[in-house]
Design a protein around this ligand. Structure first.
Ligand SMILES: [Zn+2]
Length: 434
């Protein structure tokens, strides 16, 4: 048996030697054909082929051109000696695929010319349209244009950080995209006041990030996150009930992270008049109950639906002005008065999601200045929304709970095994073309 092994090894070595010899011979043969002058260098190592846009770039003389402000696409083509006639033809061929007027300053063009040409004439021009797609102009004998896409690689990343001064700074120091700060603030919008983060607050997060050509092109879903604020840990996990539903965030017990109502229908406003059973009305000069909460905000400020629902009324009435009334469920309705304009598509029967713009602040109807009068109904009675104990929105129904816990378990483990001061780590999960 041992003798056979030696024999096999000897044969293998012999085969490798022959193959190497043949391979080298083949190479020098190509060299002789390509360029007689390089014969003396036949033994030098061939450079690694650079493949991009589905082409081997080494075959060409490659030039990079960054589009200057005000530069026309035809300017670039003529700069690389493309004949005027060809430019006209390519503009005609491009119709419906790419508009010459769409080129943007700062984007890159890769120009490929024949190596042997004494005057460099662009044979192909590749315009980098975005981080994921490019347009190839073939300017050779046959003119054609096509759009190419890079393969997008999705990586699942883990990151952590302990806040010293600000969340942004912590992300920056740990080389994590600041986009994550916005995502975290959205996920915990009902739980943590991100304007009141303290030194020592910390987070661990698992999220998707997409890469094209090894460059990050964007942050995807946050899969799981634990945020410790003032010593209390808050967990959130992303879960899609089924493909027909947009995913949502739930705490570790399957309670939705989204409360039923936004605190206010306008961002950055101030309450100019509270809900009260008796108020002196500035326009009518009469004492009357004010069954709404007035939020003063500049004319034109977007008014947001404070919860998901169906539009019940969207119209003009003399006192209310332009207003919208939304039915959220069997128990709650909200109404928004004095709009300068009702939002596009907001009409009776339209479905709205929490945070959708339903109109704009104005002073139509009985109003002295720009504000939105926000009215809140519970079981048919107008109540003060600020005094309501608003519970979490629907927890996951029992039939989804098992699937949720199963899906969340590995993320929970990953978060547990990550240290608060860990450096970012990633695992490739998928290769996808977007
Ligand atoms: Zn009011």
């Amino acid at each position: 048996m041992t003798r056979y092994k030696y024999l096999l090894a000897a044969i293998a070595l012999f085969v490798i030697a022959i193959a190497t010899y043949l391979f080298r011979g083949h190479h020098s043969f190509i060299h002789e054909c390509d360029d007689m002058h390089s014969k003396a260098n036949a033994d030098t190592v061939q450079p690694e082929p650079i493949v991009k846009y589905g082409m081997t770039l080494n075959d060409f003389e490659v030039m990079n051109h960054v589009v200057k402000s005000g530069e026309l696409f035809s300017d670039i083509l003529s700069k690389y000696n493309v004949a005027t006639g060809t430019i006209h033809s390519i503009a005609a061929t491009a119709k419906g695929i790419f508009s010459f007027t769409k080129i943007k300053a700062g984007q890159t063009c890769t120009v490929l010319c024949e190596k042997t040409d004494s005057q460099l004439v662009a044979k192909k021009l590749i315009y980098e349209e975005s981080k994921v797609s490019y347009v190839v102009f073939n300017l050779d004998d046959s003119l054609y244009i096509y759009r190419g896409k890079y393969a997008v690689e999705r990586k699942t990343q883990t990151a952590a950080g302990i806040i010293q001064s600000s969340l942004y700074e912590t992300l920056e120091q740990n080389n994590i995209s600041p986009v994550l700060a916005i995502k975290m603030a959205e996920i915990f919008a009902w739980t943590i006041d991100f304007y009141k983060l303290q030194k020592g607050d910390k987070f661990k997060v698992i999220y998707d990030e997409d890469f094209a050509e090894n460059e990050s092109i964007g942050i995807g879903e946050v899969k799981g996150i634990v945020f410790s604020h003032g010593g209390k840990e808050h967990h959130a996990y992303y879960f899609e009930k089924d493909p027909a539903h947009v995913g949502e965030y739930y705490d570790e017990n399957g309670n939705s992270m989204r409360k039923q109502f936004l605190k206010s229908p306008v961002k950055f406003s101030r309450i100019s008049s509270k809900f009260s059973m008796r108020r002196f009305h500035p326009v009518t000069n009469k004492w009357k109950a004010h069954l709404g909460t007035d939020y003063a905000a500049p004319h034109g400020t977007p008014i947001l639906a404070t919860a998901d629902g169906v539009v019940e009324e969207a119209q003009y009435k003399s006192n209310n002005g332009n207003y919208v009334k939304i039915k959220h469920n069997g128990q709650y309705k909200t109404q928004y008065l004095h709009m300068s304009k009702i939002g596009t598509g907001i009409r009776k029967g339209a479905r709205v999601k929490q945070g959708d713009v339903i109109g704009y602040v104005g002073s139509t109807g009985l109003a002295t200045g720009p504000h939105v009068c926000y009215r809140f109904w519970k079981d048919g009675q107008q109540v003060d929304p600020l005094k309501q104990k608003l519970s979490y929105s629907d927890p996951l129904p029992a039939n989804y709970k098992t699937a949720f816990l199963k899906q969340v378990a590995p993320y929970k483990t990953m978060l547990n095994e990550t240290n608060w001061d860990a450096t970012p780590n990633s695992t490739t999960v998928a290769q996808a073309t977007l």
